[in-house]
Design a protein around this ligand. Structure first.
Ligand SMILES: Cc1ncc(COP(=O)(O)O)c(C=O)c1O
Length: 383
């Protein structure tokens, strides 16, 4: 028999892992001060871009001697810009435990054809960071968005490493502590944890990363969109808001609005607390149901943003079809949008728990997952 539907619905059913829910207070009219139709090189445009950089520094606690730039191509643009400009000087350790990290491995192995090693782990597991050769450059993703597995802390990254660390922190920045002294290149995009708009990425460089840029020239050609140096010197303007090419001033305004909201909830501390509280709602649900589990095996590696779950009930005949059907039921009811597992990841659900999601909405969603699961088990039995 099909179960009764819960009485309460999430006020906002947006639990997508990117673009993520906008800040709960968001209204389009918040963007009415955007410098639309103005040059991004005029004082008004440059001031806004500079503010986006400096307020990012304040909220994330980025050290004063690190450079922060706004770059094209979202996180992908930022990360590949780092790979293409800095790698090749020494062997590289490519590290991946889900789809996005695997994409960077493909870049290194098939496109750049770099010398070095590849270290991978299955979805749900993490690579042993202690086993890496940190005299090489190390490329990794802090929070694996498609498996819900994150680096538990920066402890295993040696402070005195000779290589650079290139960290894709797209789904970690603004939700997790990032140990800046262990990260030479950090990238993320606006569309993730703060619920900003896509298109632009941020690249954060340690002094050692800048030294690499100024002392090393790759053997391959670099398109203008990737060039961070001119005549062997860093183009400092990029890190003051003089972007390589034209940014969307609407997206910039939106990001500034996201930063306003981030400050209003207590900055990074407040954002982490919100994500932790959200992830706990899901973890408590998982703990009290024996047919669902985290994809991440080790609780210490469980993400507080992209929480990935798998169904474990022995009655399920076709895991992929079952998970899809559950996500479809939830979407049809308008209680959860976009929570199917990522296309390359194991079947299951992925529920975004970053700070822009309200804890009450996750609390309202959990009984619906129960409902959709029971309904699907019943439908399967009846088929
Ligand atoms: C870890 C990670 N890296 C890279 C990306 C790609 O980001 P973008 O589409 O903003 O370039 C994503 C997007 O979900 C991600 O989660």
């Amino acid at each position: 028999m099909a179960p009764n539907a819960p009485a309460t619905r999430p006020a906002n059913p947006r639990f997508s892992s990117g673009p993520c829910a906008k800040p709960p207070t968001f209204q389009l009219s918040d963007l009415s001060d955007a410098a639309l139709g103005r040059s991004h090189r005029a004082a008004i445009g440059k001031d806004k871009l500079r503010a986006a950089i400096e307020r990012t520094r304040d909220i994330l606690g980025v050290p004063a001697d690190y450079r922060i730039g706004i770059v094209p191509g979202s996180d992908t643009g930022a990360y590949e810009m780092a790979m293409w400009t800095m790698l090749g000087e020494r062997p590289v350790e490519m590290v991946a435990w889900e789809s996005f990290g695997s994409g960077w491995v493909t870049d290194a192995v098939k496109q750049l054809k770099l010398e070095g090693g590849t270290h991978t782990a299955d979805y749900g597991q993490i690579v042993d960071l202690a086993a890496l050769d940190w005299s090489r450059d190390v490329c990794f993703t802090w929070n694996g968005t498609t498996s819900g597995v994150r680096v538990p802390s920066g402890e295993l990254i040696p402070a005195d490493r000779a290589g650079l660390t290139l960290c894709d922190a797209t789904s970690a920045a603004f939700a997790q502590e990032l140990p800046w002294d262990k990260l030479d290149v950090t990238t993320f995009s606006w569309q993730k944890v703060l619920g900003g708009e896509a298109a632009h990425g941020m690249i954060i460089l340690s002094p050692r990363a800048v030294e690499r840029l100024e002392s090393y020239t790759p053997t391959w050609p670099l398109p203008k969109i990737f060039r961070l140096t001119k005549g062997g010197k860093l183009i400092e303007g990029i890190f003051k808001g003089e972007t390589i090419n034209t940014p969307s001033m609407l997206a910039v305004e939106d990001y500034l609005n996201c930063l306003d909201w981030a400050e209003s909830v207590g900055g990074l501390k407040g954002l982490i607390a919100r994500a932790d509280a959200n992830a706990k709602v899901v973890a408590d649900f998982v703990d009290s149901h024996d047919w669902i589990a985290h994809l991440a095996d080790d609780p210490a590696t469980r993400s507080n943003t992209s929480v990935c779950l798998k169904f474990t009930d022995a009655r399920i005949a076709d895991g992929a079809a079952f998970a899809k059907a559950v996500a479809k039921r939830l979407e049809a009811e308008g209680v959860a949008l976009d929570i199917g597992a990522y296309r390359d990841a194991p079947a299951g659900l992925r529920i975004w728990c970053g700070g822009t999601v309200e804890t009450g909405d996750l609390e309202a969603l959990m009984p619906w997952i129960d409902w959709a699961f029971e309904a699907e088990i019943a439908a399967q039995a009846a088929a």
